[in-house]
Structure formats: structure tokens, C-alpha cells
Design a protein around this ligand. Structure first.
Ligand code: PLP
Length: 439
């Protein structure tokens, strides 16, 4: 037993699997047993394990310059280049980039950028943020207040009210629909609720609406067609910014470059990234805002002095160098196109599992998907607690497949972008066998 306090873990049941090494789409435990990484680590190891180009990039940059902070405008080539590459890639207007270390701190940064920006343009009252039920945006005190999953907020008392966090419906048709309600009627109802919330609170007090284009941690929920178009129209009507949390969906995951493009979200005002930005070879995150928001911040800083937000490791040179190489590999090896074709194959193969007696719903897009397990297929009755889902995940592990039980209801898949069709066949075969053995 080590001295670690394990993250997101039932503290009574720690150290259940000791991973020793990784290669390509596989990891190995101490005994040498092989596991297919069905969740790309934790939705992040897009280029798999042991990538020599990335190892070389890390070694070269570490030898050259192992650290350089960015306070006061001190900087380095790797960081400047990465920010420009990112700004050119994203579907935003003249994006500006703030670097951090994790998805949670990127979202914390965004909250502070919002405040700084609205103070700068003389609208200090515009500071509330709308998040959705079942959202996951991280676990720090501020980002954790945007998260809605009970397991992440119960007993931690996040300062939701102090931060002005509001919650609206989650767009999960399978679980959220009323009896007999069509998808269109469901979207109309929940977007109407959003508009009512805005009117109740006062549009002038609301800064932004945050959404994962497709959620990860709450079970890979793909909203119905038309949902984001309706949301965006309402936000535009009331002058509220769209903040896309692409910590999971960024960089090819959903079968196109960004989740926003897959889900028809036009030109978001803010975007958050981490995970696949560096394929998890080094921790790095990026909070992006529109260029004109940045210009207003510059004006404010000209008046008041230092913009006082930043981390020691903002723009860590080794993290920036490896992220730059990762983005280069995505383009060079056409991995977003690969994710589109192998993603379509994964979705077709996953759809076969809809017939399984334990499976209530199969969901996904591109190389991200989930199966929701139910106690009764006909009525969609969920299981009482997470035991069956946890058991199914352990059964997958037993069979050499790592997937993640999420939200107490579903098994999530998010394999590395480099996965092959044969490995997808292996994933489906192991998942299917494990579900049979869970019955
Ligand atoms: N935002 C989203 C959408 C996430 O899925 C996650 C993590 O899974 C985070 C933020 C938090 O990222 P991190 O765990 O790097 O703090």
C-alpha cells in the first residue's frame, strides 16, 4: 500500500491495477498482461504510448531549455509557435491563447478572463455563467463549480452561488424526454427553459454559456440535431458568449478537427483545451478567447497595469514543444481524417451492441462512444446503483480491455486516434464478451 491519496477513487478500494509500460494502443501491467487502451488513458493519449518522435522532442527541448516562465512577457520559440498554430487551427476570430497545465485550470482561467474582460468594457455586472446538468468541467474550486456530476460536488461544497453559476437542462434525449416527446419537441422544451432562465436572471447579468460539445464524463451524450443552433440563437439574442469546453472533444476526437465543427457550433467565443493537445506526453492546457476580447483587456491593462493572472508553468517550454509536435503529427499523418473513417467504423460496430440485453442505449460520434446499461431494456429502467457498471468495467479489464464506467450508468470508449480497424474489432469483441459475462 503506497501513501497516495488516489484521485476520483473509492478510497476504500485503491491500487487495483499497477500499470507498468505502454506501447502503441496498448498498456501492460506488472505481470506482462496486455490491455487495449479503450479510453486513451483518460481521454487523452491520442497518439498512443512510446511515440519516439515525441520522446525525442521532449529530450531535445529539455536539453535546450528545460524551463522558462512567461511572466512579464519573457518567452520562448516553442510557446510562441504553438500559440500561433493553435490560433490558426481553431474556428474562432483572431483567437488569443493563455497556457496552463490542466483542463480544470484552463476553465478557471476562462472565468477570470471573463471577469477581466467584462470589467474592462464597463459591464462588471455581467458575470454569471450558465452550465448544464451533468456537465463535467474539472474539479478545482471554480471549474468544479461548473461541474454538475453529484460525485464531484457532493461533500465539497463548491461556491456555486458566489461564482454566479446557473444550471440548465442536459440535452440527453434518452433520459430527459417526456413520455411520447419527439426529439424536436425535447429540444424546443429545453431551449425554451434556457431562455426562461436567462430572462429570470436578467440577460445583462449573464456572461457566458459553457458546454462540452459532446460530453465525456457524464456518459458521452450527443445532443439531438438542432440543439446547438437553437442554443446559439438564444445566446446571440441576449448577448451571451458561447464557451466550448473541448478538453475531450478537441483535435479529431469526434471525427473532425473540433467538437464544435462536428456539432454545428459556429465560431465559439471561447475554447478550452488540454488532454489531446499534447497527447498527454506533458501536462498542458490552453484557454482561448476572441481577439477583440483580448484587445479590450489590453486597453484595461494599459490603464491599470499588470494583468495579474498566470501560473509558474504557463507555457512550459517542454510542454509547448511536445504539443507543437503533436499538432504537426495530427496534420502530417491526416489523423483527423483517420478518426473520421475509423470513427464511423467504431460507431457501426458499437451499434451492433444495441441488441444486447444489458444495453439500453448506444451513443457516440467519431472515436468516442458509450453504451448505457439498463436493468430493463423495454422500459429503460436504470440499475439501482453503479455496481453492475463497475462489474462490467472490471470484466473488460479481466479480458484485456480498459474502458471507463461513467456516471454510474455507462461504459465509455475513447480509443487513441491511431487505433486500427482490427483493434476496433478487438475492442468490440472484448466488450461484447465482457457484457455477456456480466449478465
Ligand atoms: N473539461 C472537460 C470537458 C473534461 O472532460 C475534463 C477532464 O476530463 C476537464 C475539463 C478537466 O481536465 P483536467 O482533469 O485536466 O483538470
Amino acid at each position: 500500500m503506497s501513501s497516495i491519496i488516489y484521485p476520483i477513487t473509492n478510497l476504500k478500494a485503491t491500487e487495483q491495477l499497477v500499470i507498468d509500460r505502454g506501447e502503441g494502443a496498448y498498456v501492460y501491467d506488472k505481470s506482462g498482461k496486455q490491455y487495449l487502451e479503450g479510453l486513451a488513458g483518460l481521454w487523452c493519449t491520442s497518439l498512443g504510448y512510446g511515440n519516439e518522435e515525441l520522446i525525442e522532442t521532449i529530450a531535445t527541448q529539455t536539453r535546450k531549455l528545460s524551463f522558462c516562465h512567461m511572466f512579464g512577457g519573457k518567452t520562448h520559440e516553442a510557446g510562441m509557435q504553438l500559440s500561433d498554430t493553435l490560433a490558426q487551427m481553431v474556428p474562432m476570430d483572431n483567437a488569443r491563447v493563455f497556457f496552463g497545465n490542466s483542463g480544470s485550470d484552463a476553465n478557471d482561467t476562462q472565468i477570470k478572463l471573463l471577469r477581466y474582460y467584462f470589467n474592462a468594457i464597463g459591464k462588471p455586472e455581467k458575470r454569471k455563467i450558465i452550465t448544464r446538468e451533468r456537465a463535467y468541467h474539472g474539479v478545482t474550486v471554480a471549474a468544479g463549480s461548473l461541474t454538475s456530476l453529484p460525485v464531484n460536488i457532493s461533500f465539497f461544497d463548491p461556491p456555486v452561488e458566489a461564482l454566479g453559476i446557473l444550471r440548465t437542462d442536459h440535452p440527453h434525449y434518452y433520459r430527459g424526454r417526456l413520455e411520447g416527446e419527439s426529439e424536436t419537441a425535447f429540444v424546443d422544451r429545453i431551449t425554451h427553459n434556457l431562455e426562461q432562465l436567462i430572462l429570470r436572471e436578467g440577460p445583462a447579468t449573464i456572461a457566458a454559456f459553457i458546454a462540452e460539445p459532446i460530453t465525456g464524463a457524464s456518459g458521452v451524450i450527443v445532443p439531438p440535431p438542432g440543439y446547438y443552433e437553437k442554443v446559439r440563437a438564444i445566446l446571440d439574442k441576449y448577448d451571451i458568449l458561447f464557451w466550448a469546453d473541448e478538453v475531450i472533444t478537441g483535435f479529431g476526437r469526434t471525427g473532425s478537427d473540433f467538437g464544435c465543427n462536428s456539432m454545428h457550433i459556429e465560431r465559439p467565443d471561447m475554447m478550452s483545451f488540454a488532454k489531446q493537445l499534447s497527447s498527454a506526453y506533458y501536462p498542458i492546457s490552453a484557454a482561448l478567447i476572441r481577439g477583440d476580447m483580448y484587445e479590450a483587456m489590453v486597453e484595461q491593462s494599459t490603464k491599470v497595469g499588470v494583468f495579474g493572472h498566470g501560473y509558474t508553468y504557463s507555457g512550459h517550454p517542454v510542454a509547448c514543444a511536445v504539443a507543437g509536435k503533436v499538432l504537426e503529427i495530427y496534420q502530417r499523418d491526416k489523423l483527423f481524417e483517420h478518426a473520421a473513417t475509423t470513427g464511423a467504423y467504431l460507431q457501426n460496430r458499437l451499434a451492433e451492441l444495441a441488441e444486447h440485453p444489458l444495453v439500453g442505449e448506444v451513443r457516440g460520434k467519431g472515436l468516442i462512444g458509450a453504451v448505457e446499461l439498463v436493468a430493463d431494456k423495454a422500459s429503460a429502467k436504470p440499475f439501482d446503483g453503479p455496481d453492475v457498471i463497475n462489474r462490467a468495467a472490471l470484466q473488460c479489464q479481466e479480458n484485456g480491455l480498459l474502458v471507463r464506467p461513467v456516471a454510474g450508468t455507462s461504459l465509455a470508449m475513447c480509443p487513441p486516434l491511431i487505433i486500427t480497424r482490427e483493434q476496433i474489432d478487438e475492442l468490440i469483441a472484448k466488450l461484447s464478451q465482457s457484457l455477456d459475462e456480466t449478465l
